[in-house]
Design a protein around this ligand. Sequence first.
Ligand code: ACO
Length: 358
Amino acid sequence: MAQGEVRAVLKGCGIAIPEVEVDNHMLARVLETSDEWIRARSGVVTRYYVEPGVGSSELGAQAARSALADAGLEAAEVDYIVCATMTPDHYFPGSATLIQQRLGIEPKPAIDLRQQCAGFAYGLQMVDALIRSGQAETVLLVGCDVHSSLIPFPPRSWQVLLGRQPPPAPPEEFEWNSRFRHLVVLFGDGGGAMVFRAEAGGERGIIGSRLLGDGNEKDILYVPGGGSASRPFVDAEMIAAGRTVPVMDGRKVFKLAVTKMPEVTRELLAEQNMSLDDVDLLVMHQANLRINEAAQKALALPDERVHNNIQRYGNTTSATLPICFHEAREEGKAPEGAVVAFVALGAGLHWGAVLLRV
Ligand code: ACO
């Protein structure tokens, strides 16, 4: 390896988008909502769902294969797997070893991160640490989530939603589904992956990161039932009461996101002796287009230096940053040498920013 500071250099990026496209009108078949409300409040127009039985590791492995192809690397060359997901295939193990298995490679260190919408940003920090410390040379970072698994619609509602049975949904199902309307309309399934390699002496690579967590804000976005704080872990009463579905105080999350995402971006730039003028592209977590418009305004960045795609994919949680970056790069917004600021906020509360020179 050449002399000089070792950095984690991006070698490839890939995504996995499920085939089932669901627009707002389809959701309105099974719950009280409208295309107009969803677009106006969140910007979301469509999202994609996997078929039943497809877990996050399948999307993660698909994105990983495409990132490896983009990097011109073989899966066997990966020597560390980091997977961010809040929807692993099983409560345990996580999805990282399942991705290793799906890639058909020898045993590798494989770790899952549980930082929800900030998971991929935490993953970037971990990749940087692994590579700078010499623990790994080639790291695969995956973000994958299957939110459709958390949507509590009964089977008949799913069939009506997908146009596989004629409407209407039974009235009691319509009422039940509508209880969760503020949540379900926002999310989609997806996967994204990046491959990083240790390179010395160049300018490219992860520049730095600032990630934070604060459990005092746990209650604004969490799943009350199903966990070690309950005995039993889960029971029928919990499910019937809807307590295995996330609760979200949307307004509070919104307020924190529009304050903390710009704040942490500025703090990181200051730590790195850089300014917003040095940022060629801002890639934010895609939770709500209105959040991102407010954050962009707070940072006074012009449209050509920001990329959003929540309109098409909804909030895919751990996958939003790589999917958004991938699309921006395909549109020529992140050429080699460009400085990209990634920023995210999610349940926990976790939030943070990472700077990468592509
Ligand atoms: N369709 C129609 N009406 C709806 C829907 C819907 N899907 N959802 C809620 N409403 C209604 C409400 O019931 C309410 O009606 P009311 O006035 O009769 O009581 C009205 O719309 C306004 O509801 P609010 O919740 O006040 O709407 P708000 O403008 O706050 O928008 C939203 C809600 C879109 C959820 C917004 O608050 C938001 O996006 N917050 C951030 C969410 C977020 O970032 N989550 C992070 C996920 S990250 C992770 O880590 C998983």
